[in-house]
Design a protein around this ligand. Structure first.
Ligand SMILES: Nc1ncnc2c1ncn2[C@@H]1O[C@H](COP(=O)(O)OP(=O)(O)O)[C@@H](O)[C@H]1O
Ligand SMILES: CCCC(=O)OP(=O)(O)O
Length: 366
């Protein structure tokens, strides 16, 4: 059997996580953290490209990783056109969409770009796997209530699918045989309805939908939002920041760090307690809505992401949703492993790499 060596790259808003895999075994990983002031000199996320690339190559060099032994580079995919899940070869159109921010700007846009630039320099393949725009929504889930707006699928597809596969294996089943509700709780929070391997409904984790999160407002009262927009007090950017970046815990408490919020609660801060409980309450409510999508036939509820490390937070959710199905807690994320496995399936020819953008997915049915 041929062996493969894969470099995986997962850019986040404050860090770039990298991993080197020998087949599906991680042999090196590192989280390269950046100071806020290091990144603030760049006007756009795309402008951070050279800086992040240099930091990756330096980390690999420090570890003595021989780049010429790599067979592929695989990055986290960003805000592209809506596409179905899977492993995609990075192509010209994908690079253009990632650079221009076809569906917006998020650090994950750099994943495909960095994979391509490093891969093409070494003359090896570059891929992305399950980008945040994976769109497997039911038509009925796309209808928002206004013909001027459609609901969109933007979520932690990579980690949700990776963790769902892991839990399916624990249950001795295939992912495609189960109905799962997967909740990723990180900087953003998304609750995905996984119906036999397809995410048929999910809140748009980036653009104002679903539970609030450490740094995002989630669904807000829309009449109030319109009032703020036309109050003459704010620019568009101010309002967008209220929704993403300065919403949620940051908006109420000035921090996106759940551990700091727990410290405030320990010290008797009543506001912190209320906001913390409200975030768990909104997540439980979203899981309840997800269970209705599956008509109550739920094999398991999964809680994952950084916040799932908190026993206190997780127990607040579990006490409200345990009547629906068993809850499995999978703290952190499994994204580097998922990237490597996605690339490996293609390298081993178990799957063909998909071509972006593939079949057009309608953003509205009406
Ligand atoms: N041990 C922990 N207990 C509680 N919260 C945690 C813990 N570790 C990380 N978090 C919280 O998880 C969130 C970040 O989650 P993560 O999945 O790393 O985010 P991202 O989506 O940005 O990758 C932060 O709010 C952080 O404070
Ligand atoms: C919903 C898009 C992905 C996302 O929100 O990722 P982060 O939580 O890492 O910002």
């Amino acid at each position: 059997m041929q062996d493969y060596r894969i470099l995986t790259i997962n850019p986040g808003s404050t860090s770039t996580k990298i991993g080197v895999f020998h087949n599906d075994q991680m042999i090196f990983d590192r989280t390269i953290r950046y100071e806020a002031k290091e990144l603030s000199v760049f006007e756009t996320i795309y402008n951070q490209y050279e800086f992040r690339k240099k930091s990756i190559l330096e980390a690999l060099d420090e570890e003595g990783i021989n780049l010429s032994k790599l067979n592929a580079v695989c990055g986290r995919g960003g805000l592209l056109r809506p596409i179905e899940g899977g492993t995609y070869e990075v192509n010209e159109l994908m690079l253009k969409d990632l650079k221009e921010g076809y569906a917006g700007h998020h650090a994950s846009n750099l994943g495909g770009i960095l994979a391509y630039e490093i891969g093409s320099g070494l003359n090896i393949s570059s891929f992305i796997v399950d980008p945040v725009v994976v769109d497997e929504l039911l038509d009925v889930a796309r209808v928002s209530g206004s013909p001027h707006m459609a609901r969109k699928s933007i979520f932690h597809a990579l980690n949700q699918k990776a963790v769902a596969r892991k839990v399916a294996a624990q249950l001795d089943k295939k992912y495609e045989e189960l109905n799962l509700i997967v909740t990723h709780m990180g900087g953003g929070i998304t609750v995905g309805v996984h119906n036999y391997g397809r995410v048929i409904d999910v809140n748009n984790g980036l653009h104002g939908d679903g539970p609030f999160s450490p740094e995002r407002a989630g669904s807000v009262p829309v009449g109030e939002l319109v009032r703020l927009c036309f109050s003459g007090e704010y620019y568009r950017e101010d309002i967008m920041k209220m929704l993403v970046g300065k919403g949620g815990l940051v908006g109420y408490l000035g921090t996106s760090d759940v551990q700091k919020v727990e410290k405030l609660i320990e010290h008797g801060n009543k506001k912190a307690k209320l906001v913390y409980e409200a975030m768990a309450y909104q997540i439980a409510k979203e899981i309840g809505a997800a269970s209705a999508v599956l008509a109550g036939k739920v094999d398991a509820i999964i809680l994952t992401g950084g916040i799932a490390y908190s026993k206190m937070f997780v127990s607040l959710i579990i006490e409200r949703v345990k009547w629906i199905a068993d809850v499995t807690v999978f703290p952190g994320e499994n994204e580097l492993q998922a990237l490597a496995e996605g690339a490996l399936r293609v390298l081993k020819q178990e799957e063909k790499a998909k071509q972006y953008p593939g079949e057009h997915i309608h953003s509205s049915t009406l």
